[in-house]
Structures are given as C-alpha cells and as structure tokens.
Design a protein around this ligand. Structure first.
Ligand SMILES: Nc1ncnc2c1ncn2[C@@H]1O[C@H](COP(=O)(O)OP(=O)(O)O)[C@@H](O)[C@H]1O
Ligand SMILES: [Mg+2]
Length: 406
C-alpha cells in the first residue's frame, strides 16, 4: 500500500509531497493541471518506463532540463505486507560536457541501496487503466505485446531480463543478417545469436503461455459478470514461433491449445525455437531480418467465438478491457501476494453509465485505487462518500475539504 510520494522536477511537478490514504482517492482537476503526469509518475515506479513519453528526457521538468545537472526524482514509501519500503527513481542528465551529447541516466534505489532496474521492476506494483488501454483490443499486435510485457514484467523479474537480452540478440542478429546479405560471408556467424535468441526467447514464450492462460482464467468470469452472463472471454496466444503448432481444425479450441502448450518445458521450447531459427535462416538472409520469434507474437481476445480486434464493437472492446484490467490486478496480487495500486486516469468519462457503474462497484474490493477526473459529477455521491477527494492544480495537490463526511 502506498503511503507517501515525493516528486521533484518531474513533468509539471517541481516539488510535491503527498500522503496517500488507503482505499479510494479521487483527484479532480481541469485540463493540463497534472492529472496524467501524476499517474505517469506512479506507474513509472513500478515499470521504470513511461506509458506515454517516447523518451525519458521528456519527463524532466522544462525549467531544469537544460541546467548543467538536471535531475528528476520520484520517491515512494509503501508497505508490502507489514514491511515498509522506500523506492527512489532518479533521471539524471548531465549537460556539462559540450563535446558529447548529454545522455540520460536512470538510477533506482530500494531502501537506500542502488539496484539494477530489472531486479526491482514490480517491487512497487501498479496496474494502470488509461484511455489508451483500449488499444489492447483495438490497436496493433505491438500494443498487445506491450500489455503482456508490462504485466508479466511486474510479477517475474527474470522476464524483464529475458526481454532485454532478447531484444539485444535480435538487433545483433538483424544487423548481421543485413551485413551478410549485402557483403556476403559465413552464415554460421549467426549461430551465436541464434542460440542467444533461443535462450531468452524461450523464457519469454514460456512465461507468456502461462500468463495468458492464468489471465484468461481470471478475466473470463469477470467478463461474464460484466455482460450479465451473456458473453465469455477467451485469450488466445498466437506465438510467431509456436512450440505447439496447431492445425487449422484445432484453431477453434483455444483453451485446450493453451493447456497443451503449458506442458512444454523451457528447454523443449528453447530447442524447438533454435531449430526453427535455423530452418528459417535462408529466408531471413533473403529478407535481412528475423521473421520468427516472440517479437512477432500476437494475443487475441475472443468473445463468444468472435475475435474482438477484428469484429468487436467499441462497447464490446471497452468491456473486454475492463475485464482484462481487473484480471491483471487480481493476477498480480495472486503472484506477488499484495494488491497492486490501481490507477485509473480519466477512464470513466469514456464509459457509458452502466459500464462506469460496474467498474466503480468493483473498486471497493481493492486495497487502493487512484482515479483522476476532470468532472467530479461523473461519480455518484454514494461513491464519493467512500472516497477521499482532492484537487490537482498546476502541479500541486490540494487536500481540499469536500462535501462528503465520514
Ligand atoms: N517536462 C515537462 N515539464 C514541465 N511541464 C510539462 C512537462 N511535460 C508536460 N508538461 C505540462 O504538463 C501539462 C499536462 O499535464 P497532464 O498531467 O497531462 O494534464 P491533465 O491534468 O490534463 O492530465 C501540460 O501543461 C504540459 O505542458
Ligand atoms: Mg490527462
């Protein structure tokens, strides 16, 4: 549970010290006052990436960004079970050296000791439900892989590590493929990177198989409730390299397929993936890039047999995203043993009244949630009575007295 947050020079927050109440916190503020920035800061603590910025540099406050030493800092004090922790992230840019382009350095300290980023991802855990979360259904495969990566990364530190290793090996392999295609040379130079990709890629595939299956088990009943018993939800993993290839007649049995894939061990996947990479080598050489592997994976969501990405209505997409986000919350809790902080940035405004009410009704079950809104009128007075309501104004949080009484 989050107790305290300090923010320095992050976005439009020059200096913020803020206590967090347990339960529901509603932050009300007009346009461009810093609602999304605060949610971004909180989510950053759990993943060390921004859900909106292309580069971390954008996160440093404009006023200090060009000083010789520009530092943005986010510090959270929180409790995991009975143990108190303090997590600090620093974004540091040294603009002093005029000869080299300034680089951004990220430092993470847990309880005062410097840590490798990958080791502390998810130590402070949060689930973010944002207007752009709808892209999980409506967006590209990239959006869906991102959803998986952020969720799985929070519960398994080795996953983030595997992703980093995989991405590096993939880049190296692609560079080498290009070089070989242009200049020729011994193709067996690829062996090393094939092995690297197989090792880290297998970990990613293995984790995704499990995660998707577990998320589905949690999301399906939630989705059924949200649709008043009418529609189920199936999450279908479509790996680019499939360790358990299915023929087209099995295609309609996503649940069984995922159970079968779960039987595969990490080393079986690794061996199979390595073999497949070698089989694809000729094609990859012709195209100058790696065609197979988790960087091309897809996951699709089916409601009553219909692929929501292709055929779903906007409303169906929204319901599925609500179910997935609530499932993610429960999944993280089942894995790490503590409730993650639930962040909802202006999502209510996008929902019709009945979906909004369904979502609000569930929020009381979770330990702690932060909701932002430009329009406090979207909340029922009965809901506000259960919540703490504060204002956000120009990079400040004001604990204003509100109408609700204990
Ligand atoms: N690096 C930055 N330094 C200072 N201000 C920033 C920075 N990045 C964004 N902002 C400002 O933050 C404001 C937007 O805040 P945001 O949290 O998105 O508002 P909202 O309350 O509408 O969600 C804008 O006025 C923008 O100029
Ligand atoms: Mg906003």
């Amino acid at each position: 549970m989050l107790k305290h947050l300090s923010v320095t020079n992050f976005r439009n927050y020059l200096r913020l010290e803020m206590e967090f109440p347990p339960g529901l916190l509603v932050l009300v503020g007009g346009n461009a006052q810093g609602k999304t920035n605060l949610v971004e800061a909180l989510y950053y603590l759990s993943t060390f990436v921004s859900f909106q910025a292309e580069s971390d540099r954008q996160l440093i406050n404009f006023l200090v960004a060009h000083e010789p030493l520009a530092v943005a800092r986010i510090v959270a004090e929180y409790q995991r079970g009975l143990v108190e922790h303090r997590l600090e992230v620093r974004l540091i840019v040294e603009n002093e050296n005029r000869h080299t382009a300034p680089r951004l350095r990220k430092e993470v300290l847990l309880d005062g000791a410097k840590q490798k980023l990958a080791d502390v991802v998810g130590h402070f855990s949060a689930v973010a439900f944002l207007p752009q979360s709808l892209r999980i259904i409506e967006g590209s495969p990239d959006d869906r892989r991102r959803f998986l990566n952020l969720a799985i990364g929070q519960v398994r530190p080795d996953y983030t590590e595997a992703l980093v290793a995989y991405t590096r090996a993939l880049q190296q392999r692609n560079a080498l493929l290009k070089l070989l295609a242009e200049k020729g040379g011994e193709a067996d130079q690829l062996d090393f990177w094939d092995a690297e990709m197989a090792r880290s890629g297998a970990k990613i595939i293995h984790a995704r198989v499990q995660a998707i299956h577990e998320l589905e088990k949690l999301a399906a009943p939630l989705h059924r409730q949200l649709t008043r018993g009418k529609e189920g939800l199936a999450c279908l993993y479509q790996p680019a390299y499939d360790p358990y290839p299915t023929n087209s007649s099995q295609y309609r049995l996503p649940v069984h397929v995922s159970i079968d894939r779960e039987q595969l061990s990490l080393s079986q996947i690794q061996e199979g993936f390595l073999e497949a990479l070698q089989k694809h080598r000729r094609e990859d050489l012709q195209r100058g890039l790696t065609t197979l592997g988790p960087h091309r994976d897809e996951v699709r969501f089916f409601s009553n047999g219909l692929d929501l990405t292709t055929y779903g209505s906007r409303g169906q997409g929204r319901t599925a995203v609500i179910a997935l986000k609530l499932a993610e919350l429960e999944w993280v809790r089942s894995k790490v043993g503590f409730w993650p902080l639930f962040l909802l940035d202006e999502v209510l405004a996008e929902l019709d009244p009945s979906r909004r009410q369904d979502l609000l009704d569930r929020l009381v079950f979770y330990e702690q949630a932060v909701l932002t809104t430009a329009e406090v009128g979207l909340f029922e007075p009965a809901f506000l009575k259960k919540a703490t309501v504060w204002q956000i104004e120009n990079g400040n949080v004001l604990e204003t007295a509100t109408a609700q009484e204990e």
